[in-house]
Design a binder for this molecule. Structure first.
Ligand SMILES: CC(C)(COP(=O)(O)OP(=O)(O)OC[C@H]1O[C@@H](n2cnc3c(N)ncnc32)[C@H](O)[C@@H]1OP(=O)(O)O)[C@@H](O)C(=O)NCCC(=O)NCCS
Length: 184
């Protein structure tokens, strides 16, 4: 299975909402659900990922230097999105990119896609950054057209593509960085 959603801008949105949906900050007890969604996407073992996710959710700096939001349907976690304050030294951010707040990944379980949950997770993270900074970025593979369209609707604009970012799995020219300015 591809790590990206099949790109289909003409696909019908799923009209009927099923169940009660909400987006909220993640809690430590969400680690298993986040690990399951992440493992399915990356083809990895969720038992290996769960301790890492739990460590992330309980680490110092959760809610200040990094954050995670989850999307729920009927109280079941079906998606998540991360935010991190990235630096060149600590996170391997390419020198050509400005240090600061980055949306560092949003994933919705395949059976819950196209119900606006990815957009809701992105909106919640942007609003969280808005209270702290005047701009927010994200980096993605240029092949991930779904991600690019999702963020473009919020006003993100491409600012760079001539970089390599090994920690994000991006060789030279494979990725692009996008910025959204957040006026007060
Ligand atoms: C990207 C992802 C999170 C989107 O989640 P989603 O809940 O399906 O997205 P939404 O329903 O909120 O859609 C918001 C916008 O994204 C775009 N979009 C979403 N899915 C799309 C698809 N399959 N093809 C084309 N555009 C798509 C559309 O512009 C859509 O706006 P519209 O509803 O006005 O058409 C989801 O496809 C996913 O988990 N993909 C795999 C992980 C990934 O690539 N994440 C991004 C980089 S880390």
């Amino acid at each position: 299975m591809s790590q990206y959603a099949a790109y289909d801008p003409d696909a019908q949105r799923v009209g009927a909402r099923h169940g009660t949906e909400c987006v909220r900050p993640a809690r430590p007890e969400d680690a298993a659900a986040i690990a399951r969604i992440s493992a399915e996407r990356e083809g990895l073992d969720e038992d290996e990922i769960r301790p890492r996710v739990l460590g992330e959710l309980t680490a110092d700096g959760m809610g200040t230097e990094h954050h995670v939001f989850v999307a729920e349907v009927d109280r079941q976690v079906v998606g998540y999105g991360r935010i991190r304050d990235l630096t060149h030294a600590d996170h391997g951010l390419p020198e050509v990119l400005r240090e600061g707040w980055y949306l560092t990944g949003v994933v919705v379980a395949p059976e819950f896609r196209r119900r606006s949950l990815g957009a809701a997770l992105t909106r919640a993270r942007i609003e969280w950054v808005r209270a702290r900074a005047t701009e927010v970025h994200f980096v993605t593979n240029l092949r991930n057209h779904t991600s690019i369209d999702l963020h473009a609707a919020f006003g993100f604009e491409q600012i760079a593509c001539e970089f390599e970012y090994p920690r994000a799995g991006l060789p030279l020219g494979a990725g692009a960085a996008f910025r959204l300015t957040l006026p007060d």
